[in-house]
Design a protein around this ligand. Sequence first.
Ligand code: ATP
Length: 241
Amino acid sequence: NDDNIVLKLLNVESAYGPIKAIRGVSLQVKKGEIATVLGSNGAGKTTILKTISGIIDPRKGSVEFKGQNITAMDPALIVQSGLMHVPEGREVFPLLSIRDNLLMGAFTRNDRDGVARDMEVVFNYFPILRERAAQDAGLLSGGQQQMLAISRALMANPDLILLDEPSLGLSPKLTKEIFEIVVRINRERGTTILLVEQNANMALNASDYGYVLENGRIVMEDTCARLREKDDIKEFYLGMK
Ligand code: ATP
């Protein structure tokens, strides 16, 4: 039943000039699940997310969100339709306070009470953001900025969050903390999440369904429980022999 599919990519190809970054990617994300795309450096993970959120237009193929064709749609309209992208490197506004960064995430909403409630929700997930709400976001550590970037996306009360490599540059402890909250967000709020990660171990433990991307192509897909048991995954992505 297609009502259950939040996001659907069909044969998507995206390139930077002559460089084909993704070469015919098809994938689906079901409502309420966490899906992950695993792949090494340069496999094309970031390009998939940028193509979904409209930052780059694909050469071929289509992107459907909640049954609507959003291929090459204006990124601002894609945001308005309920899809938030947390980019690699977080990209918080360093000279704005943490509170104002959060409000930026809610700029498409006009339900003030709902925005205030969701501010409480993110402060409960990440209490450090409440403590430092009035400070400039640029003063936060890398891990705290990642928390802020995720929280800013939540402030839009989206149906789907695209999460680009949340573990990048973070200690194992912080990575674990952030993944735990991502799973809680998914379970408690029902937010559907598409996560791309090089940290296969964290991603496979947190997610329901996984795709493996190599050189711009999906080479394997399965439930994460089954992917974790595959010899190729153990050897090349989990570093086990
Ligand atoms: P990483 O984990 O290192 O971010 P990735 O899997 O997200 O890798 P992409 O960033 O999507 O991979 O890159 C896919 C391919 O496209 C790579 O070969 C990369 O060099 C190339 N590429 C990415 N961005 C650009 C760009 N702006 N101009 C030219 N080539 C690019």
